[in-house]
Ligand binder design. Structure first.
Ligand SMILES: Cc1cc2nc3c(=O)[nH]c(=O)nc-3n(C[C@H](O)[C@H](O)[C@H](O)COP(=O)(O)OP(=O)(O)OC[C@H]3O[C@@H](n4cnc5c(N)ncnc54)[C@H](O)[C@@H]3O)c2cc1C
Length: 487
């Protein structure tokens, strides 16, 4: 296979894992989000696309709430969405929810990502099975299938597919090395042996791939989706506000939370105001706190810094024009190099009408930066030129007839992911000294097919606590995601 390649091959994935397990540096605790992030396509290319950007940033701050959600990305907003749905049958008055966001609405990873909403289907199944057993391996896929299915159903039921730019099509994974191909086939075989229905998965050799997609590498495809993440989260926010008799919601953007401290001795009354959520604009008393801060979680929860917690890692993305028409590119999203690189051509209507040369969103390249993989930084105000160089070279190298060498991207931005050493999020209560505080964070660069349902779990737990009922785990939830399994 190819000799020269813009990025190191997948053997470095093991090195990243080792890095994530290294003892933490003294400065490993995350900072607050920086106030001046790079401009992303999703947030900044289209005037008016973020109507909630500055919502609640001025005027009086809410002083009291039942539930305080920190973070307005897909996790924070999905938590509010699920709370509103779960309370539909209840006879209680509205639950008072406040969302606090350090910057513009949805301006963290969700507003800066690759836009892929695709289940991993079978990828990494063998590792999951070896490490955690067959049942957990099956659930690792089940949660992603469930999340994607629920989100796509919700988008279609609300008739907003066009509004959120949902493209349901296919995801192709390219194997750049024989080793990667062998890993993929082993995962596929193991998943099949465990009883997963993989009829929708199709393998292709290099000739077929070349003929259909213009890349001379073997690959595999399964159904996949792309979406404009900010528009999806804005829709979820608006949906959760629909029934004000069940949930009353306030959003305060540009309001970083600087500390969460105990207000009074522990109380068994679920509506007791146990916590003070501090901001420079004032303090909010609340019963429950949800940390939907992903990469930034250890700023408010310092014990979650380093390898036993959530490690921030900077990702970088370009929006670059293809050299051929949308038709010649097909509505396909792609990944390769063990998922380090990912890209998809935007539909014509989002490419400023230029159907002859659509914009392509392409991310990855951290592995080109040497041993730290852009970890332990929360600075998304800057770009790494080494990553940028590889991103520019990648598509013309892999698809020589479809992308022009040397073409400059039209936009380039960075965003901060939250990694955990095992690649799975922390979902559930923070712990004994934090009664009423919950977290869902640490999706390790793969949050779109997980965050919505992890937020559902947190919302279920809060509702169970409010109603004095027992929380029962959904059948699709991997046990190891739960915070108490990680202690
Ligand atoms: C470059 C990049 C590419 C990616 N590509 C994909 C992809 O294609 N597919 C996929 O599945 N996943 C992808 N991901 C990962 C995915 O975007 C995340 O897993 C997901 O968006 C996490 O959502 P979240 O709501 O938990 O976190 P975020 O969206 O980061 O939201 C957290 C919010 O909390 C706010 N915040 C933090 N601390 C505080 C505080 N103290 N006070 C107030 N507010 C605070 C932040 O400003 C932020 O808005 C990518 C991520 C990046 C960065």
């Amino acid at each position: 296979m190819a000799h020269w390649f813009p990025f190191p091959f997948n053997e470095l994935a093991g090195a990243q894992k080792a890095l994530l397990e290294l003892e933490a540096q003294d400065d490993a605790r995350a900072d607050l989000p920086v106030p001046n992030p790079t401009k992303s396509f999703w947030l900044d290319s289209t005037p008016g696309v973020n109507p909630l950007a500055k919502e609640g940033s001025e005027g009086a701050l809410t002083t009291d709430a039942d539930v305080c959600i920190v973070g307005s990305g897909i996790t924070g907003v999905s938590t509010a969405y699920h709370l509103s749905r779960l309370l539909q049958g209840s006879t209680n008055g509205p639950l008072r929810v406040v969302i606090l966001e350090a910057r513009d609405f949805c301006s963290g990873a969700t507003g800066r990502n690759g836009g892929h909403l695709t289940s991993r289907a079978f990828v990494e199944f063998s590792d999951f099975e070896k490490l955690y057993g067959r049942e957990e391996a099956i659930k690792s896929i089940a949660i992603e299938d469930y999340t994607v299915r629920r989100l796509v159903e919700l988008i279609k039921a609300d008739d907003v597919a066009n509004d959120v730019d949902l493209i349901s099509s296919e995801h192709v994974h390219l194997a750049f090395t024989n080793e990667e191909l062998a890993y993929g086939k082993a995962d596929f075989a193991a998943a099949k042996a465990a009883g997963l229905n993989l009829d929708h998965v199709q393998w292709m050799d290099a000739e077929e791939m070349q003929a259909k997609y213009g890349a001379a590498y073997p690959g595999v495809k399964w159904p996949g989706n792309n979406v404009w993440p900010l528009k999806l989260v804005t829709h979820l926010f608006q949906s959760s506000q629909k029934d004000e008799s069940k949930l009353s919601m306030n959003l305060h953007t540009h309001t970083p939370v600087t500390a969460v401290s105990a207000r009074s001795p522990e109380s068994s009354d679920p509506f007791a105001r146990r916590w003070s959520v501090r901001t420079a604009r004032g303090t909010i008393s609340c019963g429950y706190v949800v940390h939907a801060t992903n990469a930034y979680a250890s700023y408010l929860l310092p014990h979650l810094h380093g390898p036993r917690g959530i490690i921030p890692a900077r990702g970088q993305i370009i929006a670059v024009r293809a050299d051929v028409s949308a038709e010649e590119l097909t509505k396909t999203s792609y990944g390769g190099n063990q998922g380090f690189e990912y890209w998809f051509p935007m539909p014509a209507k989002l490419s400023e009408g230029k159907t002859d040369q659509p914009l392509v969103i392409m991310g990855g390249g951290r592995e080109a930066t040497g041993p730290r993989y852009e970890t332990y930084t929360t600075d998304d105000s800057t770009l790494n030129p080494v990553v940028g160089k590889g991103l520019r070279e990648f598509l013309p190298h892999v698809f020589p007839t479809k992308y022009a060498k040397g073409r400059e991207p039209e936009m380039e931005w960075s965003g901060i992911m939250g990694f955990t050493a095992i690649g799975d999020p922390f979902v559930g209560p923070i712990g004994e000294r934090f009664e009423g505080q919950y977290i869902s964070a640490g999706y390790s660069g793969h949050g779109m097919p997980r965050a919505f349902s992890c937020a559902e779990v947190v919302a279920q737990m809060i509702v169970a606590s409010l109603l004095g009922s027992e929380w029962a785990p959904p059948e699709w939830l991997p046990k190891r995601y739960l915070t108490w399994e990680k202690r």
